[in-house]
Design a protein. Structure first.
Length: 301
């Protein structure tokens, strides 16, 4: 029983650590499938990491094992209900149970949870433990876990990549942009040259934060009531990577332009950069972490 308890604890610790190592993907997952704002989603994602890590360490140490096992089962029930909802919605992508490092879809993760339920059932049925073992450190361990995660990966509302937009070109003429359009989905119902308000995303295929910005934009669009006036500008002219980029980011609703590097860098040198443009004037510019759903919706209103 001791070995089973340690194995279950190590699995919880591994889940927490791998989520933290791929926290950008995990917080995007939380944002996409909840009705929470971006800053709240980044906070909730880290709270889940803290909770899993706390339960895992407590199981490994044998601290209040029966209480920890019951809390673990309750946690698994919550996760399994959410996974079931994703299955009903037809989601078949990585559910981030072990971050980006173990690709499990919701159905596979439910099977994994069933095996964990069996393990905890055996543990609760047969394991006898001394309730005072490491008991004094039980709740302080939760506090230490929270502080550790907050220091290693602070949520966006505490620390993000704000940058000074000084030097960013403040007049953007859509007609004058030296671009060649390569894709435009017919569902888009705005004219990028004449729309008064626009959101321009300047990104690169090879930039990981750019890909995550596109994924965040896809999640914002998924939650929006109508198509948003977004145009995407990609540095480089290698269109062979476009299909893979679309598949990974799920951005397939917007006109997308390719620019050669010299033309691209006339507008921004930071990747990614998201411009909010009104009447061809840049109102605000954002990086990946400062770019939020609220900033887009407030601008559109």
């Amino acid at each position: 029983m001791i070995l089973l308890r340690i194995i279950l604890g190590v699995l919880f610790i591994a889940s927490a650590v791998l989520k933290l190592m791929s926290i950008d993907e995990f917080e995007l997952f939380v944002f996409k499938w909840s009705q929470l704002g971006w800053n709240v989603s980044t906070f909730i994602a880290r709270l889940l990491v803290v909770w899993e890590f706390f339960l895992g360490v407590a199981l490994v140490l044998g601290s209040r094992s029966r209480l920890t096992a019951k809390l673990s089962v309750a946690t698994l029930v919550g996760f399994t209900v959410l996974l079931g909802a994703l299955v009903v919605l037809g989601e078949n992508e990585n559910c981030q149970c072990f971050g980006k490092y173990v690709d499990l879809d919701p159905k596979e993760s439910i099977v994994k949870n069933i095996l964990l339920f069996i393990g905890f059932g055996v543990l609760l049925r047969f394991y006898k433990t001394n309730p005072t073992r490491f008991g004094v450190w039980y709740w302080p361990l939760l506090l230490v876990s929270f502080i550790t995660v907050a220091v290693v990966s602070p949520p966006d509302f505490l620390m993000n990549n704000r940058y000074d937009p000084t030097g960013v070109k403040m007049d953007i003429d859509m007609v004058a942009l030296d671009t060649t359009i390569v894709y435009q989905k017919s569902a888009v119902d705005f004219d990028p040259e004449n729309s008064e308000k626009q959101l321009l995303m300047f990104i690169s295929h090879s930039c990981s934060m750019c890909k995550k910005s596109a994924m965040k934009m896809a999640a914002i669009q998924l939650r929006a009531d109508e198509s948003l006036p977004v145009s995407m500008f990609i540095m480089g002219t290698d269109t062979s990577k476009y299909a893979a980029f679309m598949e990974e980011t799920k951005i397939d609703e917007y006109p997308t332009y390719y620019m050669d590097a010299s033309s691209f860098l006339k507008y921004t040198k930071q990747l990614p950069t998201i411009f909010l443009v009104e009447d061809k004037k840049v109102i605000r510019s954002y990086g990946y972490r400062t770019f939020t759903e609220r900033s887009v919706l407030d601008f559109m209103e």
